[in-house]
Design a binder for this molecule. Sequence first.
Ligand SMILES: Cc1cc2nc3c(=O)[nH]c(=O)nc-3n(C[C@H](O)[C@H](O)[C@H](O)COP(=O)(O)OP(=O)(O)OC[C@H]3O[C@@H](n4cnc5c(N)ncnc54)[C@H](O)[C@@H]3O)c2cc1C
Length: 478
Amino acid sequence: MSTRPTLPELADRYDLVVIGGGITGAGVLHEAVRAGARALLVEQDDYASGTSSRSSKLVHGGLRYLRSGQWRLTLESVRERGHLLRDAPELVVPLPFLMPLHRGRKPGRWPMRIGLALYDLMAGSRRSRFVAADEVLARAPGVAREALRGGLAFEDASTDDARLVLRLIFDALAQGACALNYVQAQAVAPGRVRMRDRIDGSVREVEAAMVVNATGAWPDATPGAPALRPLRGSHFVFAAQRWPLRRAVSWLHPRDARPLFALPWLGVVVYGTTDLDHAGALDAPRMTPEEAAYLLEGLAWEFPGLGLRAGDAIATYAGVRPVVAHGKASPSAESRESAIWSGPRSVGVTGGKLTTFRVTARQVLREAAKQVPQLAPVEAGPLFATPAPGGGDDRIAGTPFTWDGMRHALRHEQVVHLADLMLRRTRLGLVLERGGADLLPRIGTLCQQELGWDEARWAQEQRDYLDGWQRQHAPVPA
Ligand SMILES: Cc1cc2nc3c(=O)[nH]c(=O)nc-3n(C[C@H](O)[C@H](O)[C@H](O)COP(=O)(O)OP(=O)(O)OC[C@H]3O[C@@H](n4cnc5c(N)ncnc54)[C@H](O)[C@@H]3O)c2cc1C
């Protein structure tokens, strides 16, 4: 049975209630528990179902932030990347990058070399180097040969963003925290939170010495909350057979010189992204045909040899960046720094990056400790208190996931709906054709065994998952 508690099982009072189960909320919960706080997190949908499962998957220093002079963000990110590579090697892995250089095209060799030298300096080790054109062609088959004079090789890191959130939450639970997905919360008065369970409809109010609002791009009504500018970014997912990349590659879009990335990830290639004002609902963003056309134009510019089209993609996904509005004309000119504000017995946080979640969490707790001193973060130590769950050997063909891992998730990771299992506990819905539809009969048997779903429930879950996949993740014609 699922290990998710119900509202009546909650205590009447907590030191800290965190609203929002993305990377920011998960990071705050995790640091609070390390500080010895009695902490509760509630997420209105599934953990990481917001922006935190829809990123570019980079744990990076944000080379492009150097261009816009965001030194502090770059330095923090480079340091955090180093800590995460050390502390979470099963989740955050080194990612060798290439940037092809063509005569007559941007970026020029020297501005990039200087940027990368700074990047290396911040990381404390020399990793970047110039590589010859044949090495670029060998590592990134299909790259434009025209005027190719070589490339710059450097190192970053990548992660499974949703798994990083889940790991933080379940590690916090193992240390005594409490967390519930599918529970929507509203801070109704200083120190009081009302919550509604979206599964059984029950309602409950709890007291909290401190409430942290970590609701990302979702509006926060607490006093002092900054105006947000939700910015959508979309990605394509291609099969590695169609795009045999051996390195992550970055280049500039010919139309607006925005950086594009393609990276090998969980056996597929993720390619993006866009940066556009998002006007629609926040819970189900999707790539538009205009974004598909923009991305394909960028792809054909640097990889004309591949002949990739929208219909060749396995999947797509879109996410909405929680960016604080500073009134810049261009979305990409808006700062990606986090914002923190406070009121009576509440702290709000938004913006920032996946990479810097720990820095943000510690800043939030320092702010909270001004009112509730026992929330002060403890000295940084090893990130996780528990070992990562073992995966088993019975691999699901064509993926890095295993049937044992899936059974573990069903038993221990608060799977409420099939989409939780397919899109976040595993990423099968993104890395397999048609959202992994061919595996559903076997997965249905597992769900029936582990969660006690009957035929009618399974039929409903399948319909909901496949409809949702079609709406949000199916390849979008350009
Ligand atoms: C396209 C794109 C690419 C990106 N790439 C990178 C990258 O490569 N590297 C990087 O470091 N960063 C990247 N980012 C940034 C990063 O993904 C985000 O900054 C981060 O995921 C935001 O996390 P969050 O927890 O603040 O928001 P979210 O993950 O959105 O979490 C907020 C949660 O709050 C919940 N919520 C809202 N209201 C309530 C309520 N009333 N009750 C309960 N729950 C509620 C929502 O359901 C949501 O799950 C990218 C972002 C985008 C969009």
